[in-house]
Write a protein that binds this ligand. Structure first.
Ligand code: 5GP
Length: 189
């Protein structure tokens, strides 16, 4: 997506060789028009799939997952980051390391909303090492649902997440792929 590349060049802040801040369009402020374009693009790429549900992890994946879900005409389900001590017997939970926060968090999906009748499209904002994706994929598998594939807004190709998932035979569609953040500069593949 050319428009997305331009916005990343204009507004992205390279924090280090590994981290790109995209607060102006993904992680703090949201551009509704651009986000709808992203959702339409993911929906088009997966048009031949009988998707029953779009799934993401709160919070930054939600706007683009919503845009995808409304285009496909299916519900959006977001995994919650668990902060409660109340036991939820009906929940599927996985522990995932957070790339940016340097902590582990538990993500949770209720069995009530995901099951073997579902074919899901997993949308997320950024993929780095793929830990968040692997955690949610485990939850999808344990629910009995099947995974059509992933739609990622920004894939940092110099980190292993996207590549490792593709090697496992999982379809990963990225809107932009970043080859490097070296020298404080965003270089696309
Ligand atoms: P992973 O689990 O693939 O290592 O990291 C994925 C999650 O970490 C993304 O959902 C995103 O929220 C966050 N993340 C990873 N790399 C970056 C980055 O360069 N910039 C920002 N803003 N978030 C990132």
């Amino acid at each position: 997506m050319q428009k997305l590349k331009e916005r990343i060049l204009e507004e992205g802040v390279v924090v280090s060789n590994d981290v790109l801040k995209l607060d102006g369009l993904l992680n703090h402020q949201v551009d509704p028009e651009l986000t709808m374009d992203m959702g339409r693009e993911f929906a088009a790429r997966y048009a031949e799939e009988p998707i029953t549900k779009v799934i993401t992890v709160e919070s930054s994946g939600i706007p683009v997952a919503f845009a995808t879900a409304i285009t496909l005409g299916v519900p959006l389900l977001f995994a919650r980051r668990k902060k409660t001590l109340i036991a939820e017997p009906d929940a599927l939970t996985e522990r995932v390391p957070s790339f940016t926060k340097g902590i582990v968090t538990d993500i949770m999906v209720s069995r009530q909303y995901l099951g073997e009748q579902d074919r899901v499209l997993f949308i997320d904002d950024i993929i780095a090492n793929g830990d968040a994706a692997r955690g949610l994929i485990k939850i999808i598998e344990r629910s009995g649902a099947s995974l059509a594939g992933l739609g990622i807004v920004v894939e940092k190709s110099f980190q292993a997440g996207g590549r490792t998932l593709r090697e496992q035979g999982i379809r990963v569609e990225s809107l932009v792929r970043i080859a490097s953040l070296a020298g404080g500069k965003v270089t696309f593949t």
